[in-house]
Design a protein around this ligand. Structure first.
Ligand code: FMN
Length: 197
């Protein structure tokens, strides 16, 4: 039986109305292992990252784009830790998010990771708009990944984004299915506001 945990039922229960793409974004593990992202859509999603703002417009974000079925995809997937390995192989694309830490030989860019995060955020929302889903990952062996792709010392791998299409969650293990269907929660807004005068 095909059992897809749909976006509608996973949408955020917000206290104020949000843009549908923001409320509808969530991080699935049940990707369709046969789905492909067409090239025009993938370019659109990456273009959203390109047009994100960055400090002094330095644009420190770099991406390793690995489509399922390629050697690059296998190389990225091999570095995933724990249960990430069990579900991320079904993503259509694994995107390694890299921050360039140096501005030049003498200066560091203190906002490089911040800017990369913002670029990835824009990418995730554009993907949601395109009917795709994203799931960001911090569980991977960064040193192995940097070695596999020959990254320079000032290129910091911060995260990986799994990009794909929702699939049949009954293919997931019981443990992953539990996580997939667990209620989505957030701290109350009042806890986030250090000052709210
Ligand atoms: C930087 C970062 C690292 C993450 N690492 C992992 C990970 O290694 N494995 C995983 O399953 N989810 C990972 N997540 C997903 C979060 O657990 C998820 O975003 C959070 O629980 C909120 O759920 P939602 O995205 O569905 O709203 C990561 C998310 C971010 C932003």
């Amino acid at each position: 039986m095909t059992l897809i945990t749909d976006t509608l039922s996973r949408a955020a229960d917000t206290t104020s109305p949000l843009l549908p793409v923001l409320a509808g974004r969530w991080s699935p593990r049940g990707f369709d292992p046969t789905a492909l992202v067409d090239e025009a859509t993938l370019t659109t999603v990456l273009e959203a990252a390109r047009w994100a703002p960055s400090a002094s417009n330095i644009q420190p974000s770099r991406f390793i784009v690995a489509r399922r079925g390629t050697d690059s995809f296998v190389k990225v997937h091999e570095t995933l830790r724990g249960f990430n390995k069990a579900w991320a192989n079904a993503a259509s694309v694994l995107i390694v998010n890299v921050a360039t830490l140096a501005i030049d030989e003498t200066r560091e860019n203190p906002w490089a990771r911040y800017d990369l995060g913002q670029a990835v955020a824009h990418l995730t929302i554009q993907a949601q708009h395109e009917g795709l889903h994203t799931h960001q990952l911090g569980g991977f062996d960064g040193a192995a990944l940097a070695l596999a792709f020959g990254l320079a010392e000032d290129q910091a791998i911060v995260s990986i984004t799994a990009l794909g299409v929702l699939g049949d969650v009954s293919l997931l293990s019981r443990e992953l299915l539990e996580r997939e269907t667990a209620p989505r929660t957030r701290k109350p807004l009042t806890e986030l506001l250090l000052v709210d005068d």
